[in-house]
Structure formats: C-alpha cells, structure tokens
Design a protein. Sequence first.
Lengths: 378, 246, 222
Amino acid sequence: MIQYRGVTKIFGHGPELIPAVKDITFDIKPGELAVFLGPSGCGKTTLLRLTNRLLSLTSGEIEINSQDIMAWNPVKLRQSMGYSIQEIGLFPNKTIYGNIAVVPRLMGWDESRIKERVDELLSILGLEPDIFKDRYPVELSGGQQQRIGVARSLAADPDILLMDEPFGAIDPINRERIQDEFLSIQSKLKKTIAFVTHDIHEAIKLGDRIAIFQDGRLIQYDTPETILACPANQFISDFVGTDRAIKTLGLYRAQEAMSEKPDIIIQGAMRGLEALNRFDHKDLADMIVIHDSKPIGYVDIQALGNKGSEVKDSVLAFPVLINLNDTLRDVVSHMLMHDFKQFPVIDDNGDLAGVISHDDIRKCILKIFNDCKNRTGQ
Amino acid sequence: MNSAIRNIYRLIIIVFLLACVILTVRSGLIEYLSDPNEILYTIRLVGQHVNMVIVSMAIATTLGLSIGIIFTRPRLKRFSGIIMYIVGLGQTVPSLAVIAIAMSFLGIGFKAAVFALFTYSILPIARNTIAGIRSVPPWIIDAAKGMGMPGLQILFQVEIPNAMKVILTGFRVALVINIGTAALAFLIGAGGLGEHIFTGIDLMRSDKLLAGAIPTALLALLADYMCELLGLIIIPRGLRLTQGVR
Amino acid sequence: MNIIAFIMDNAERCWSLTLDHISIVSFSIFLAGLIGIPTGIIISHNKKTAQKVINIANIFMTIPSIALFGLMLPLLAIAGYGLGKVPAIIALVLYSQLPIIRNTYVGIRNIPPELVEAATGLGMDRWTRLKEIEIPLAMPVIIAGLRNAAVMNIGIAAIAAYIGAGGLGVFIQQGIARAYEDMILAGAILVALLAILIDCGMSLLEKILTPKGIRITGDLGV
C-alpha cells in the first residue's frame, strides 16, 4: 500500500549537506504494521515525515496504492492519513471532542456523523464518552492524553496511520498496557501503519515487519522472528541485543515446542504394579498421570507405594501447568523455578495437549535459528 | 523575493529621512539655532531637563530597589503580590495626571516636578525588582543556602545578579518615561525642554517645536541605548543569552 | 479643594470630555490593532524581520509622546492637519505598535512547536491553523498587549489636549492656565480613574477570551 522507491532526502545546501535518508526502497503491505526502527539520527522519522509530505523528497518516489504522493494536494494527503507524534500535541484550547473532530470537520463531515464517530472511538479506547467528550486535555493524565492522540489520528477512518514514537512520552508501566490495547485495536481495524520507534522491545512486540535503518539506509526489512534469528549484519545483531535467543522465546508459544511423548503418559486407572514395570522397561524417572484426558498429577518410583491400588491415588501435584498459548519465555521462567523435567501442556479445556521439557525448547530454538541461516545463507 | 523587499524597504527609509531633513530645514530650525543666544538657552534647558531626570532617578532607583529587595525577603514575601498589584495600578495613571496632582500638593517649580518624576519612576523599578528576584529559580537559592552562604551574600551574589536583566529593564523603562514626563515639567514651572515644545505649539512656530522635540527625542533614544550598553557590562554573558525579543 | 463639587457642577462637560477621550483612544487602539496584529502574525515566521520591525516600533515608543507630537506637527501642518484629533490619533497608533506587535509575535512564537506539527500533520492549511490553534492560544498575550497600549494611550491622549485634541487633558491644561486647582485635580483624577478602569476592564476581557482549556492551569499544559 505504501511503496518507497529510491527515496532520498538531503538537508542543507552548499557545503553543509546532511543526507538523512539514502535511497530507500521497500513496500508496506495493506493491513501491515511496519515498524521503522533504528538509533537516533538513522532517518526513520525523516522517512515518516516524507510520507505525508511534511518534508520534501530530494529524489525518489513514494506511492500510496500506486499513486505518487506528489500528485495529491499535500493538505488533503495529510487529512487522508492519521498522524500521531511523541509529544501528542493535543490542542489545549479545544475539548477532547473538538480535538478528535478536527480532521472530520476539515473533511466536511456533518456534525451528527462526527458525534457518532467520537463516541465510537472513545469507547474503543476505553474512555467513557460522556465523561471525556467535554473535558480539556489539561484535565487528563498522560496515558489518557495519549489515547486521545491515537483517537484523533483514527477519527476520519484513514487507511494509513503514521506514528512517530506515539507511546514515547508515557511511563513504562502504562506504556505496556497501551501497547496491548493498541495491538488489540489493530487486530480489529487492520490499518496499514508506519510506526517509528527506537525501542527494540516495542518493535518486536508490535511489528508485523520491522525495517531497521542505519545512517539513512535500510539494512533489513523482515519479521521480528527473522530479524532475531538471522540479523543481516553485526550492527543489527548488536542493536537487537546479545540476548536475542531469549527475545525469540517471547515470540513463540509452548504449542510450537512441545512434543507428544506417549511413553510417559499413563491412565489414572492403571495399577501400581503395571506402572512399576513400565518404569523399569522404559527407564523413566517419572510419569504423568491423566484421567479423562486431563493431567491430574505425576508419579515416580517412590510415590507408587501400594502396588495394588490405582495410580491415581498416589499422584504428586504438578508445580505448574503450562498452557498451549504460554510464550516459551514464560515456560523457561517456570522451568528455572522448579526442579522438574517434563511439564504437561494443556489446552483451554484443561485437556493434555503435549509435554514440554528444557530439551524441547532448546531444539525448537536451534531449529528456528538454523532454518533461518539456511534460508537466508547467513 | 526577500532582497527585493529589503531594497524597497531601504528606499522607503531613505526617502523618509530625506523628507524629514528637508522639513527640518524648511522649518527654520537651522536659522533658529544659529542664534548663539538661542543655543545657549537651549543648552540651559537641556541642563534643567537632565538635572530633573538625574535627581528623580537617583532617588527612585535607590528607593525602588530597596522596596523591591525588602518585599522579597522571606518574612515580607507574602506582601510582594499586593505591592506589585498596587504599583501596577499606579503605573496605569497617566503621567500628566501625576504632574498635575503633584503641583496641587507641592506648588510649582523644581521640587514638585522632581517629586512627580520620582513617584512615577519608582513604580517600574520596584515592580521589576520584585518580579526579577521572584523569578530566580528557587533551587538556585536552595543550592546557595545549602552551601552555607549567608543571607546577605545570597542577595548580592545570587539573587540580584540573576534578577539583573529584569531589574535593568525596569530601570530603562523608568528612565525613558522619566525623560518624557520631564518634558511636561515645564507646565508646572520647572523648565526643561518642554518649554520649547509647548511654546512652539502655542506660537505655532515649527522651529521652536523642533528645537525642543528633537533634543528630547535624542535624549530618550540615547538613554535607551546607554541602558543597553549598561546591560552588556553588568549582566554576565551566561544570563544575557535568552530567546525572545526585548 | 472641592473637586467633587466641581465635577457635579460641570457634569456635562466632564462627561463630554470623557467621551471624547474614550473615543480617541478606542479609535486608535482599533486602528493600531488592525495594523499591529496582522503585522505581528506575519513577522512571526521570520526572526530577523521581526527583530527589525520590533526595533522600529520600539523607537517610536522610546521617543517621548510630547516630542513625537512636536516632531509630527510641522510635517502634518503642511497637510493642514497640524492640530486637533488627527495628529493625536496618528501618534497614538504609532505608539501602540510596539506592545501590540511584540505581544502578538511573542504570543504566536510561544506556542509549543508540537502543536503546530500536529496541526500540520493532521492536514490543516496555514489559515485553518492560524484560526483554530495559533490565534486562540496567543489570545491572552495579544489582549495583554492591547491592554498595555490602551492604558498608555489614555495617558498620551491627556497630553494631546495641548495640541488641540480635546479629551480630559483639557481640564488639566485650562486648569493650569487659570490656576484653577479644582479643575486641574478633576481632570487628573478623572483621567487616572479612566485608566484604572480600562486596565481592570481589559484584564477581565483577557480572562474571558482565554480559551477555557488554558485557563484552568494558566499554562499551555505542556
């Protein structure tokens, strides 16, 4: 939807030329959240502001849906895109309603439609319309102001959003919450978003794809998983951090690393003697006992006291049950806290879906990294 | 396009200045001033004028600064707002009214004029002293106290220097207004360049008018400029650099 | 010293001179604002031009008002407007330029840049931005400038009585000429009261015209 072709921007004239953006070419697909990431001065904000013509191109083209942005009237172009900045920039002399209504009014919507839209947006963002509509920005907290800033950029229902560190001015605790809300809104609205940040965590969390810039050049444009698994060069490798394997853990779920391991799963109705035999034959340390497909506990050789009774009477409790959708990061955290080897993984019904161990995770991550290397030859 | 505008601008100024010079000559000012008696007389008027200004400013500055300092001391600080309000109110009173009221209480002559001028000039000085000292960031004073600076030292080494820019502005405003109001002092018998101006109006004589108006204007502009120079000397460079316009 | 008696005996004259005075000042402030506020807006974009323009306005204000009258009279006498209300109004308009232009300039420049950025980024053109954001936010400072100018003008208009402009200064002028103390004081007190009244009145106007969103904290919330 947004196509950058050889985009270059050089500031200054005469002897003092400052190239900010150098020959950038890539596409942002419709409905995609593309993060522009990089250190200060890498050109990410410049590229964003070239997109809505707040800055003028030195050379190259930017196309929106295959139409050159230079063919548009710049004011109309900006009205058709949402724009959100770090300082938020709510107009203090206008009410919240007035702030959100800015672009719809510029576009000539009639007032009843605007009123509906404002109510709708405030509700989506979790702010009670009747309370907030007539308040002034100065009466709101930082987090609330931030949400209104986002609402304002969504007001005219643009297809494209340009966001320049929109969550930068918020304290870290609220920032996480707002990021989560933002992700959930985006999953419903599916806007095409160009999102500038310098925070690698934010980029990984929010981005469908991340464009990493250095000194005005685009170094890599890939999914977060790919960037973490095979960074294009040392700079990116350093930028994402030496703990990128651990960061990768946050991107995958227990479901993807677990395995079946039928050997160590036994029915609760099994007799103790049979279980003991199994221990000997298969050389196991402990086994997971299930009853009606739900894991109820585990047994080891000591626990099987009465050989005659059913196994389900001698189970020991699991330290924790892992859910299919838990991130591998959380799983590793549990693993580090409990002296336990084979963790049961359950689905939302509580039924056993698989078993996960240190080794499973290790193998999973290695595979991801190796696949990536093989695929990209890095 | 900018340079074209600049050139038109320069042209307009040159034409304007030329027109002024021509008119001045036409008004007979040169002939008037070629009379040595008149020049001496004019110089005497300038002397009277400057005399009034200096005396009233000296008193106004001393008292104004003192009031300003006194009402920013911890014990009296809470009155500083009221004082500023009263002083502000006083500043709105037209200068001619102040002169007229001074005359009715003190009669005519030098004393009455100086009193009126002093009353009028003390206001901006006191007001700006208070405002200037109040605007010194409290954490700077805190740092000074924390270092163990005695109160008097804090006043002279921290508060006043940091407030100097604002105080000097108050002084400048007071001085310029003073020079202007001193021109009215003629009306209550204190002499000064106002004599030429008002006589000129009465007699419809442009030469006398200009003989009074031009020196007065020059005096005011000179005083303004000297205050700026004073600022460059007194105010440490670190405090002089501010954004914004005068 | 029976000022009150004087005022009551000459009530009609007091009233007409006061109206005279007010009309001269209002008209000049109106004209001065018409010239000064757009000028202030235009120069807010260029710091260098702004400096020059404000310097010129400053010169006019530094020159004592009576001297300015003295300088203007020979000039205007040629056109036949030497005495009376016309030179007075011209001087008043020139005098008012500094506070009005400077305050407008400062008011607009003090608007946080991110508000301008947000406005442009959302798709406002220059006029809309001025109308919706910049002028409302600069309004309190602009009105303060007008207030400043108005109070100054009341004082200068009193002096303008000496060049035949009428107004309350006439009482002072004639009072001094006739050594009529009550007249002098009546003039002085009336014009002083007028100045204080206008000052308070315009302060109120300042508060009323401050956009509500700023009034609450008194700053631009940034």
